[in-house]
Design a protein around this ligand. Structure first.
Ligand code: ATP
Ligand code: MG
Length: 487
């Protein structure tokens, strides 16, 4: 069977609509043609530095135009790119560089001082940019089954795993997103999420497939982002909950212009309070569910359902299928594990045949997340399977309790986990970061207004901060040590 190919994304885009703006930053603006020219040069400079077809090189870089140039240059050579989360420790980065057998690491000049794996050749951006150019055989087509990018999961469940993302995964992810959100020639997607996450990378891929302008922010800053939406005709932005809540605070009484059509909210659970605040301010918020392994969104709430189904992550994108299964793998209408199938799902984890075999069964990817589908087919993501608490035979979802805790004005952050209990097997316990003093009694009364008694945490432990991954997700399995230490 011959594999399917499409033209190289950026080359084709530069041919189709050369003069459209591809990317704008606070410093520069490039058309697709200009970007293509720069990428050709960078590809030749990478070749000079020994990068060949099928090599894996790593990129350790903040959000900047050169990130985009290097990403595409790697595809012009036919190599693979490992995107490194810049917030990780040296030890975590070394693990990835070794695991992925990286031959060359390209880093921002600001990160020069870090000691990465000594056996790996390191090149700073200025060194790359001043390298001579070597003759290079550009790859004019993309084989959809070939791996293009490698990205490690955030590691809430243990060691991060290297996810293989193919050209086809990115292509289909972009197609699926456009079929749901629609595509408009005036679209402009603002990136204030890291490019080394699938949330950011997927926007770069959409930009070339759609011929769409992106505005790239070096980092998230609520004021700058709100101003860009108000004054720069941004139509879509991808956010996580903490970004959205800062944006709402900064926005105050102002409203976004009607040209702004989509606030894509994903990456983790979204408290209802935030979604309701968006409805009140007429912000077109779209909840979405996805992961590194599905090359970004997999399930998204369509515009017409966003108000009616507040709190739901929606239905799968057009090319994708989803089921909820019980412990035995049988489809169920109750809460169960979310399994997904589709052309944007990874072909597996790098060097982890066992983890791959466990996650991918008969074409279905087992997400490790628990969800429930309502009678109309809308998904509600409940929690991670590994964080589920079983108390006296009842399933208790930490996220549900955290959501209720967050409704209390004194609670700034909340993390819930299960602790051993003689009578019930396990009971929930909460770690909280508070804004102001609040008694356990008051918190208990607050929770009992919303939740059944067996969901009431046995302990409330005040902590300075919650343990989080480099992607800012709570590592619930680490909460139990706080609870054991409680005074
Ligand atoms: P690891 O797999 O190493 O533990 P991770 O799963 O946090 O890391 P990512 O791929 O970055 O790494 O995150 C995807 C996960 O984020 C999903 O599997 C899910 O648990 C959570 N998530 C994403 N979107 C939502 C959502 N809308 N509601 C609830 N949880 C979500
Ligand atoms: Mg995961």
């Amino acid at each position: 069977m011959s594999s399917q190919t499409i033209p190289n994304g950026l080359m084709q885009r530069a041919y189709l609509t050369p003069n459209r703006v591809a990317v704008e930053t606070s410093q520069t603006s490039l058309t697709f043609q200009e970007l293509h020219k720069r990428v050709q040069k960078v590809a030749q400079q990478l070749s000079f530095n020994g990068v060949k077809q099928d090599d894996t090189i790593a990129l350790y870089m903040k959000n900047r135009v050169e990130f985009i140039e290097i990403l595409h240059a790697v595809s012009y050579i036919g190599a693979r790119l490992l995107l490194v989360n810049t917030r990780l420790t040296n030890e975590e980065i070394n693990y990835q560089l070794t695991d992925a057998n990286v031959s060359l690491l390209i880093a921002d000049e600001t990160f020069l001082m870090r000691e990465f794996q000594s056996s790996i050749t390191q090149l700073t951006l200025p060194a790359l940019k001043s390298s001579p150019e070597a003759e290079t055989d550009f790859q004019k087509t993309w084989n959809l089954e070939e791996t293009f990018t490698i990205m490690y999961t955030s590691g809430t469940t243990g060691h991060p795993k290297g996810v293989l993302q193919t050209y086809g995964n990115h292509w289909w992810s972009s197609v699926g997103s456009a079929l749901n959100l629609g595509l408009n020639e005036k679209d402009c997607w603002l990136i204030a999420v890291p490019l080394f996450h699938i949330s950011g990378l997927s926007i770069l891929m959409r930009s070339v497939f759609y011929g769409m302008k992106i505005i790239l922010e070096e980092r998230f800053e609520a004021r700058a982002v709100n101003e860009a939406i108000e004054n720069k005709e941004v139509t879509i932005i991808s956010v996580v909950t903490s970004m959205l809540s800062n944006m709402l605070d900064e926005l105050g009484e102002r409203k976004y212009p009607h040209t702004f059509r989509c606030m894509l909210l994903g990456g983790g659970p979204a408290p209802l309070t935030i979604l309701e605040a968006c409805v009140n301010k007429e912000i077109p918020v779209y909840q979405t569910y996805g992961m590194t392994e599905t090359s970004s969104q997999f399930v998204t709430l369509s515009p017409e359902d966003s108000l009616r189904k507040l709190g739901s992550a929606g239905k799968p994108l057009f090319p994708c299928a989803m089921k909820i299964v019980d412990e035995k793998g049988n489809e169920t209408s109750e809460a169960g594990e979310i399994i997904v199938k589709g052309p944007n799902v990874t072909k597996g984890y790098l060097n982890k045949p066992e983890a791959t075999e466990k996650a991918l069964q008969q074409g279905w990817f087992y997400t490790g997340d628990i969800g429930k589908v309502d009678e109309e087919g809308f998904l509600y993501v409940l929690d991670r399977r590994s964080d589920l608490i079983i108390s006296g035979g009842e399933n208790v979802y930490p996220a549900e309790i955290e959501n209720v805790l967050l409704k209390h004005p004194a609670v700034k952050e909340a993390g819930v986990t299960g602790v051993g209990d003689e009578k019930w097997g396990q009971v929930p316990a909460a770690c909280i970061v508070v804004n102001e003093d609040v008694s356990d009694e008051e918190l208990s009364l607050h929770i009992q207004q919303f939740l059944a008694k067996y969901k009431l945490p046995k302990y409330f432990v005040r902590v300075e901060e919650l343990p989080r991954t480099a992607s800012n997700k709570i590592i619930r399995r680490k909460l139990s040590s706080f609870i054991q230490k409680r005074s």
